[in-house]
Design a protein around this ligand. Structure first.
Ligand SMILES: CC(C)(COP(=O)(O)OP(=O)(O)OC[C@H]1O[C@@H](n2cnc3c(N)ncnc32)[C@H](O)[C@@H]1OP(=O)(O)O)[C@@H](O)C(=O)NCCC(=O)NCCS
Length: 131
């Protein structure tokens, strides 16, 4: 079993989502489902991409997703997003999730990944990013 990846001292990027992990999002062990966390990160990254494209976006790919620490029921989960690059129709966004546990003011880095969003028109077809 390998040790957790080194934690960056501070979150990187803008706050895009802040929520509380609820019991309905937990698995039988009492930990939060990875899929729930990915969906929060995807939503957060999409908020940044939508603001960048000034229009609709869709998720094209998710790369390098690392689950570093578990998320517990009751944790305050904050997602931070940072624009890494813009192509013709696509945008690459780095998303980090950090948590604050009960009775602890420290933020812990729990997850990170890189999401690719594509700007789309009303028919769902790629269109140039309109910055
Ligand atoms: C994303 C989607 C619109 C791309 O459509 P497409 O016809 O394949 O478009 P293109 O091949 O012209 O690619 C468009 C851009 O996306 C990028 N792209 C497409 N697939 C990609 C992938 N898997 N990884 C990284 N970039 C990707 C291309 O490089 C291109 O970028 P650029 O214009 O900046 O150079 C289409 O595949 C789609 O609708 N996918 C489903 C999206 C979805 O439902 N998401 C929610 C998942 S539940």
């Amino acid at each position: 079993m390998s040790a957790p990846a080194p934690t960056p001292p501070h979150p990187s990027g803008d706050v895009v989502i802040r929520t509380i992990a609820m019991p309905a999002d937990a698995n039988a062990n009492g930990d939060i489902f990875g899929g729930w966390l990915i969906s929060q990160m995807d939503l957060g990254g999409a908020i940044l991409a939508r603001g960048t494209a000034h229009g609709r976006v869709t998720t094209a790919a998710v790369d390098g997703m690392s689950f570093i620490r578990p998320v517990n029921v009751g944790d305050v989960v904050t997602c931070y997003a940072k624009l890494l690059g813009v192509g013709r129709t696509s945008m690459k966004v780095r998303v980090e999730a950090w948590v604050q546990r009960y009775a602890d003011s420290a933020q812990l880095h729990v997850t990170e990944g890189t999401f690719v969003y594509v700007a789309i028109d009303t028919h769902g077809k790629p269109q140039p990013v309109n910055r």
